[in-house]
Ligand binder design. Structure first.
Ligand code: FES
Length: 124
């Protein structure tokens, strides 16, 4: 089955320091359009901008599951599946769904320009 994967809006090459748009949908439905630095992670982008509900207690070491997000289905192919270690940590997350990811494990690049993720009702 062919899935429609959104096309990145950036015309620039993937470079460290280049900004990529990441959209967070908060618990209350608030939309946060954030500029993320390529090479950083989706979690770091949320923490830098104070997105409520992204706690990241372990600082991105893939050992707390408090940076859990739901990747918008249209983007799930592009962000890819979790690695085994992330999959193990997701067992500790609240209300895990098929597109659940730990945002500290999603590396920002221009291929993710426009990525949309939602914050769960609560973290682990
Ligand atoms: Fe702890 Fe992502 S910040 S698992």
């Amino acid at each position: 089955m062919q899935t429609d994967v959104p096309k990145p809006t950036s015309a620039f090459p993937n470079q460290i320091g280049f900004m990529t748009k990441i959209i967070f949908i908060g618990r209350d439905g608030t939309r946060y359009d954030l500029d993320a630095e390529n090479g950083s992670t989706v979690m770091e982008t949320a923490i830098k901008s104070g997105v409520p509900g992204i706690e990241a207690e372990c600082g991105g070491a893939c050992s707390c599951a408090t940076c859990h997000v739901y990747v918008d289905e249209a983007w799930a192919v592009r962000t890819g599946a979790p690695e085994p270690m992330e999959e193990d940590m997701l067992d500790f997350a609240y209300d895990v769904r098929p597109t659940s990811r730990l945002s500290c494990q999603i590396r920002v690049s221009d291929a993710l320009d426009g990525l949309t993720v939602s914050v769960p009702k609560r973290q682990a």
